[in-house]
Design a protein around this ligand. Structure first.
Ligand SMILES: Nc1ncnc2c1ncn2[C@@H]1O[C@H](COP(=O)(O)OP(=O)(O)OP(=O)(O)O)[C@@H](O)[C@H]1O
Length: 337
């Protein structure tokens, strides 16, 4: 439904040219929540803003529902843009207008009658949980409430796509969770395609179906969120994943350990199986769990455990083989002396 073909955005500045997006090709399916992550300057905003042509690509094509935006006249583009909503980190509300007026603005732009506007704004404020705030001004709202107004405004003209530019970066963790919950609800209820950019893996983990990692204007890794979280291949992706999934062992645990220290990753249903207790029953080894964590990504468990195995070397080797076979993921961190 969204297709980006060989898209580049080059900025010309007094000091020379800067490549914001470098020959990116990407397909985003209808109804999915797609996350684009990367550090500051990676090109996320440039790419997102090229999707609705807020930023004019230097070369390449953007197609939404088969319509090539990059080939449209300005007038045609204005009407196509109504099908693409956008929300921003700093909300971009008009401070002198009430909540009702802020949301109705987009409907006026689409030349709706006042009766239609009244009905639609009432419906939208109900959807985002702000029915009681219709006549207040933005300064009287919390950050989370302001973003709810931003979402209502973005949805006013029933867009097929919602672009989210760091939409939760200015919010505290609790409010972030609530806004992400609202976005997911809207995605499910309305079948809306959502594209979000963020530097926080927590956001991707929370609501995205698929994701891409950007660096220096390019996409370096792309795929299903669970697959990428459980098996990141690029060093940059591994760095991002480690912000959510990794943990450091206290150094003293690695000083003269009695046994062999292993790290096991349990993916999907294997996390619910009794692999560890089976090992203790089958082999003459004892063990201590030194660290452990289970995260749920797309409601599928992903567990990481660090264990010390103590026993005869031959029994430990058998236990390691057994766990490797069952989990397909085992790393020996320290071999027993
Ligand atoms: N209007 C502009 N003029 C010149 N250079 C720009 C412009 N906008 C972005 N750039 C440059 O393009 C590159 C990508 O920037 P972009 O804002 O897209 O990255 P980002 O990943 O969104 O980072 P951030 O999260 O900090 O916004 C950077 O080197 C940036 O300096």
């Amino acid at each position: 439904m969204i297709e980006v073909r060989n898209l580049s955005k080059v900025y010309t500045t007094k000091k020379g040219t800067v490549t914001g997006v470098d020959a990116v090709s990407l397909k985003i399916n209808k109804g999915e929540v797609f996350g684009i992550v990367g550090y500051s300057g990676a090109g996320k905003s440039s790419l997102l803003r090229c999707l609705n042509l807020l930023e004019k690509p230097t070369s390449g094509q953007v197609l939404i529902n088969g319509v090539e935006l990059t080939a449209l006249s300005n007038r045609e583009l204005r009407s196509q843009r109504l099908k693409i909503g956008m929300i921003f980190q700093h909300f971009h509300l008009v401070s002198s207008k009430t909540v009702f007026e802020n949301v109705s603005f987009a409907l006026k732009a689409a030349r709706k009658s006042s009766k239609e506007i009244e009905a639609r704004v009432t419906e939208l404020l109900g959807l985002v949980g702000l029915s009681d705030k219709r006549d207040v001004y933005p300064s009287q709202l919390s950050g989370g409430q302001k973003q709810r107004v931003g979402i209502a405004r973005a949805l006013a003209n029933n867009p097929a796509v919602l672009l989210c530019d760091e939409a939760t970066s200015a919010l505290d963790p609790g409010t972030t969770k609530a806004i992400l919950g609202l976005l997911k609800e809207i995605n499910k209820k309305l079948g809306l395609t959502i594209v979000l950019i963020t530097h926080e893996m927590e956001v991707v983990k929370e609501i995205c179906d698929r994701m891409a990692v950007m660096q220096d204007g390019k996409i370096v890794e792309e795929g299903n969120v669970y697959e990428i979280f459980s098996n990141p291949t690029q060093p940059l992706t591994q760095q991002f994943i480690s912000t959510v999934l990794q943990f450091d062992l206290p150094p003293h645990l690695l000083e003269n350990p009695a046994g062999t220290i292993i790290k096991i990753q349990f993916k999907g249903s294997i996390a619910e199986e009794s692999v560890v207790s089976d090992v203790f029953q089958k082999f003459k080894v004892r063990g201590n769990i030194l660290h452990g964590k289970i995260e749920y990504i797309q409601e599928i468990p992903l567990g990481i455990f660090v264990m010390e195995l103590i026993g005869e070397q031959s029994e430990i080797a058998k236990a390691i083989n057994y766990i490797t076979e069952r989990t397909k993921s085992l790393e020996v961190i320290h071999h027993a002396a």
